[in-house]
Design a protein around this ligand. Sequence first.
Ligand code: OAA
Ligand code: MG
Length: 222
Amino acid sequence: MDPLTPDELGRVRALATSSLCDADKSFALPDPAIRAMVPDVRMAGPAVTVVAPDDHLPVLLAAGEAAPGSVLVVVNPRGTRAVAGELVAAEARRNGLAGVVIDGYCRDVAGLRRIGLPVFARGSTPASGSAHDPRGLNLGPVALGGVPVRPGDVVLGDDDGLAVATPAQVRGALAGAEEVERAEAAVLASMGTGRGLADHTNLDDHRAARAEGRDSSLRFLV
Ligand SMILES: O=C([O-])CC(=O)C(=O)O
Ligand SMILES: [Mg+2]
């Protein structure tokens, strides 16, 4: 896996996850119940994996061990306890990580908002589990919300949710996603002056074609 260059990562972080998912519809989509716990964030980076069975010690250790720029992917399958909170987020931020994604629960949500690091989870609960398991980074593949994640896969996320893809898939989607955003920005700006969606797309022709069962795709005309 050829990792994304800093320049490519910068371009990815400037894009909404939805635009990349439009450009390549094969990105893997973890369970949408895993959501941004901190609003208005965009996250992208290579995955490092952690297994945390109702135990936050491996997460705290991994937050300090992972390479800067990476996304900590934590799995706590069927867990009922929080495995990360503001201490984990502060350690991850200090170490320069791009974010923390938990297939499970977090806590300290007000503190997470203050820190501002992207954190994704199934939700929050005030109760943490144990701090026993001395393993830190797992370095193996895990299942995140039903989606396989290998270390080095790119994990992307924002307020809409998460997507996972290989670096090559992300690289291949970049130009298309940038074009999606250019066209959508032009349409939105023009709609601000009162013109409708049908003025900026082939909506009417597309509808007529689909009504007759003909092949057609909905396109921007900007
Ligand atoms: O969930 C946990 O036990 C860890 C925690 O509170 C924190 O990181 O601040
Ligand atoms: Mg805490």
